[in-house]
Design a protein around this ligand. Structure first.
Ligand SMILES: [Ca+2]
Length: 313
């Protein structure tokens, strides 16, 4: 459930949460909400009459079709924008107060991760102090996960460019998602714009972010270890994909000297993310480990019980 809803908004969300999305109930629903604005009622009637069944996950999470996103709280001018950073279109919401949209149901992708990301563009008219906030909730009704609060991200400069917002799925919810199959995953986004701004915020490219490392990750988690020596994008036994066959002693030789940093795929980012690569600059052996990262991060090696050989000093 989104935070800081007014009474009218909360009433409306409860009704929707209970599944009152059948066209035959539109009159009853609108009647029950007689105190709310006509604009909201119009949005609901439009919503009730729209079927998003035919849209693909790529279209819904890529915001390629505005019918894939339903206004569930508040009111907004909702339309597509050709300003995008994925596919051909983005979703544009113009609102002067809190509004929430819910994406149509999607089936479980072949690989998921505990980190969701969505790109947002803040209107240049926002600011200079409060730029707005974006909230995320997640529902999988078949798993009895309903409007699970994920997080709120306060927006910050720059405006007028695409920014990536990331949302960490709670561990207990992620465990449920990895352990089960489902076809009714729904992501909801709440936009809290500066009061009265009424300028377009744009959203694009909702996706699971690949984990930068598989250390401590559940098997099957989507990953991208930035390691050229491995192929595949899902975790298995703490490794992202599988290591390609390489000549003994090469930079990708999993049997080479881990403690001497000769075997760079044996090291993975565990906190934060980083690009790991072999370097010919060294004081021992023939290689060192090169780490490029903008933030604090840690690396961990593969379990040392798997060491095949250790070189001399
Ligand atoms: Ca798009």
């Amino acid at each position: 459930m989104f935070k800081s809803l007014d009474r009218c908004q909360a009433h409306r969300e409860v009704l929707f949460t209970r599944g009152l999305r059948v066209a035959a109930l539109a009159a009853l629903l609108v009647g029950a909400l007689a105190g709310c604005s006509q604009q909201v009622a119009d949005d609901e009637e439009e919503t009730l009459g729209v079927s998003s069944e035919a849209l693909t996950m790529a279209q819904i999470w890529g915001f390629e079709d505005p019918s894939g996103w339903t206004i569930t709280t508040g009111s907004a001018n909702k339309q597509s924008s050709t300003i995008h950073d994925e596919g051909a279109l983005s979703l544009q919401l113009t609102a002067s107060s809190f509004v929430a949209v819910r994406g149509a149901s999607v089936a479980k992708p072949s690989a998921i991760s505990p980190l969701l990301a969505v790109d947002v563009m803040i209107p240049t008219q926002a600011g200079p102090y409060y730029l707005g906030a974006v909230q995320m909730t997640l529902s999988v009704p078949s798993l009895n996960i309903n409007s699970q609060w994920i997080n709120q991200k306060e927006l910050s400069v720059p405006t007028g460019v695409w920014q990536r917002l990331t949302f960490q799925i709670p561990a207990n919810i992620y465990s449920q998602l990895t352990a089960s199959s489902f076809n009714d995953l729904q992501i909801s986004l709440g936009l809290n714009p500066p009061s009265g701004l009424n300028q377009p915020f744009r959203f694009d490219n909702l996706r699971f972010l690949p984990a930068p490392s598989c250390v401590g990750q559940t098997n099957g988690t989507l990953c991208d270890d930035s390691v050229a020596c491995t192929t595949g994008t899902s975790c298995n036994g703490g490794v992202c994909g599988s290591v390609t066959t390489v000549p003994p002693g090469s930079a990708c030789d999993v049997g080479d000297d881990v403690l001497g940093f000769e075997n760079f795929p044996a090291w993975q980012a565990t906190t934060g993310s980083a690009a790991l690569a072999p370097s010919s600059i060294h004081v021992q052996g023939v290689r060192s480990l090169q780490i490029n990262t903008p933030f604090f991060m840690t690396v961990a090696s593969v379990p040392l019980s798997t060491l095949h050989k250790v070189s001399g000093s």
